[in-house]
Design a protein around this ligand. Structure first.
Ligand code: UD1
Length: 342
């Protein structure tokens, strides 16, 4: 029987790619998104790629009545919870907005799931919950650490809320997915990352420089204790990440308790390696200069992804070249994102 899964934040970067993979795996998908940081056009693009139009509810997941209405119309087998504010810098300026929105959405969702007897949830967490100063690679047995910004704390606190809810409800199944650095785009070039304003993250900035929207990239710091002096991260193709969600929802269904998985490749690349690889595979020059360090950046951050391989049977297969090629293909085809304007 076809399973129906709700994706909150389903028109966002990771939600949209996950929707495509889930539909292609035979799931029926329901998207909920208030469109505060994404476009309605994503729904058309998902249909264009898969031939199936997902149900779409333009609602705020923190809105109890709107969510109850959705749950009463759809018979859901599980939820993947992506919805949340995610700009690190903004979270330090508006911490209460972040705590209210991100924690409010998680709690509201759990309340409504309880009311309607939906027992499986996969949560979109982040490697940021490991905090600062840990040994690399990060393993799931390491404790969560001291986060460096309110965004990170909302992920860490949501993990705690979900863990406590699962302890109190023996039928609840919670899967926490800790993403490392998701980049790239669907190879069709129809969906991808579409940040509003000046991008905070490396890959969208590089892609916007390549397409001529920004003059040059500033590389934040070249005096780190790393092989080339720039920070290293575990970049993962968003389609590999999406496949991880398909495995996670199948794993979560019908079980009980909490399980946590890193989703990364296990191989770190430096900022310089990313920029050089992007320029090589795109054939476009990416002007850059070194600037000062950015507050809160760690020299190194990468995953031990062994647990996801052993337990979920998942492994990231796409290379840094694939990530850069697909990011460029998306950017070139949609130079100004979904709306075609800033
Ligand atoms: C950040 C957040 C993480 C969040 C992720 C995705 C922190 C410490 N990390 O990860 O919680 O899940 O974004 O939203 O808050 N860089 C440049 N120039 C730029 C942009 C980035 O040199 O213009 C460098 C950064 O210094 C870093 C690397 O590129 O070394 C990756 O940066 P970014 O894409 O922002 O991701 P993280 O900071 O790793």
């Amino acid at each position: 029987m076809t399973k129906t899964i709700l994706l909150t934040g389903g028109t966002g970067f990771i939600g949209s790619h996950t929707a495509v993979e889930m539909i292609q795996e035979g799931y029926r998908i329901v998207l909920a998104d208030d469109l505060s940081n994404s476009s309605r056009k994503v729904v058309d693009r998902i249909e264009e790629i898969t031939g199936t139009r997902p149900a779409f509810y333009p609602i705020d997941v923190a809105d109890r009545e709107a969510l109850r209405d959705l749950f009463s119309r759809e018979r859901l087998d599980g939820v993947i919870h992506f919805a949340g504010f995610k700009a690190v810098g903004e979270s330090t300026e508006k911490p209460l907005d972040y705590y209210e929105n991100n924690l409010g959405a998680t709690m509201n969702l759990l309340r409504v799931m309880e009311e309607f007897g939906v027992k499986t949830i996969v949560f979109s967490s982040s490697a940021t919950v490991y905090g600062q100063g840990g040994l690399m690679p990060c393993t799931e047995t390491m404790p969560r650490g001291v986060c460096v910004n309110p965004y990170g704390w909302t992920k860490s606190m949501s993990e705690q809320i979900l863990t406590d809810a699962s302890a109190a409800d023996p039928d609840l199944s919670v899967v926490l997915l800790r993403y490392f650095n998701p980049i790239g785009a669907h190879p069709s070039g129809l969906i991808g990352e579409d940040p509003q304003g000046i991008p905070n993250n490396l890959m969208p900035f590089v892609a916007q420089v390549a397409v001529g929207r920004r003059e040059e990239l500033t590389i934040f710091g070249n005096d780190y204790d790393t092989p080339d002096g720039t920070c290293r991260r575990d970049y993962i193709h968003v389609c590999d990440l999406a496949e991880g969600h398909v495995k996670a929802i199948a794993f979560g269904e019908g079980r009980k308790g909490v399980e946590v998985f890193n989703l990364g490749t296990g191989t770190p690349y430096s900022v310089l390696e990313v920029v050089e690889t992007f320029a090589r595979v795109s054939g476009v020059s990416v002007p850059w200069r070194f600037g000062p360090r950015r507050a809160g950046d760690l020299p190194d951050l990468w995953a031990d992804p062994a647990k996801a391989t052993e337990v979920l049977g998942w492994k990231a297969g796409r290379t840094l070249e694939d990530m850069c090629r697909d990011a460029w293909n998306w950017q070139r085809n949609n130079p100004r994102g979904y709306e075609g304007e800033e």
